[in-house]
Design a protein around this ligand. Sequence first.
Ligand code: LFR
Length: 471
Amino acid sequence: MRKCNLAVDIGASNGRVFAGYVKDEHMHLKQIHRFDNQMIKKGNHFCWNIDELFKGIKDGIKKCNSAGLQPESIGIDTWAVDFVLLNENDELLTDAVSYRDSRTDGVMEEVFQSISKEEIYSRTGIQFQKFNTLYQLYSLKKNNPEILASARSFLMIPDYFNYLLTGKKVNEYTNATSTQLVNAHTKQWDQHLIESLDFNESMFQEIKPPMYEVGNLRGELVSEFGFDMKVFLPATHDTGSAVVSVPELDDTIYISSGTWSLIGTENDNPNCDEDALKYNFTNEGGLDYRFRFLKNIMGLWMIQEVKRNYNDQYSFEELMKLAKTTEEFSSQVNVNDDRFLKPESMIEEVQNYCLENKLPLPQTPGEISRCIFNSLAFSYGQAIDQIEEISGKTFKQINIIGGGSQNELINQLITNTTNKPVYSGPIEATAIGNIASQLIALGKCRNVGEARTMIKNSFDITTYTPSNINE
Ligand code: LFR
């Protein structure tokens, strides 16, 4: 049986289990299982179906035997900011409410009445998004204070899965930073913030960095799977793992493209200055305590929703082709407007935006998609200008990673808009970065630099330079 390391990568629309192994100094990756993920309405809230997701993880692990694979370790990453709370018996006290739920509407402004925006930013360096964990906890405190009072453990989604696998509770560092409650300078929970907000300090667990060994599987799981393995922490925040796979970081702006587009650079130190705050850039924690200086852009969520609104009548590929063959369509929407976070209908929201702003109305699937792609590309261009202004530096190239890097139209629009070469790939950046952390933890790779070189030599990269879209 071939030894391998398993990466579980769960995004907003699906979860996948990958087996990775190194042969001839190249990393190989094989998808062994895929399962759906979608928000479900529980009572008044949109939640993640956490039990189904854990079942998906277990099904993936079980498939290893039939695939002739012997996993020696596993690492789990998901999107950020969401969490569950456990009581004194380690039972769930809360659902895993989704960050797209409306429970945080207006909460950020309320928080600023007791602690200023500037102070939060200078302590955490984290961008202001109404769905950050800080505001989710604040909303819970306001509406269900008894739940927060009886909480004994705060676990983010991957922390909870790690707990289910091993029985050990820790908060992983990269994901913890997305809460907006970790101090960017000490890299620990910010006690002052937590006290000022009157959150239950003892529920926060010890923060552990990527490459930390959480433990072995619980006994009953060893019996169920027929084998044991180690559970390691990758960057459990998917974007943290994805950025490990950017082949070349010098002079490069990366775009991690999936449900969200995360656009930025990697820095040695957090930048919590006024200009970074002005443009709402974030400093998310990364491997080796480096910082992802980036900005969230609404991303392919908009097109995923459009696809859903058309009852999945068109594939992503078809929507892209329709957009490409649509006569240049000039209407652009502000993709970063919160109205696109979870509208009833994305198609109607885009159309309403155009009507309100007296822009030509996109009507066909091709026009709607082209309007979204153009708007995304424009927003990337704007973010790049801001990064160059803040850093006082000109970046040579753009590297798009993740599933969205397969979208040729966006790649072409970006190189046309910015006049910089665009490199696309690796596609499975997150799973690759997740496996890289495990290889480093196991001593099979010396450090992140070595892992990055191996990744660069193992996966395909495509180059785009400015040219006419319809050529
Ligand atoms: C991407 C991502 C982003 C985070 C958003 C919400 O999947 O993790 O980095 O801002 O989801 O958690």
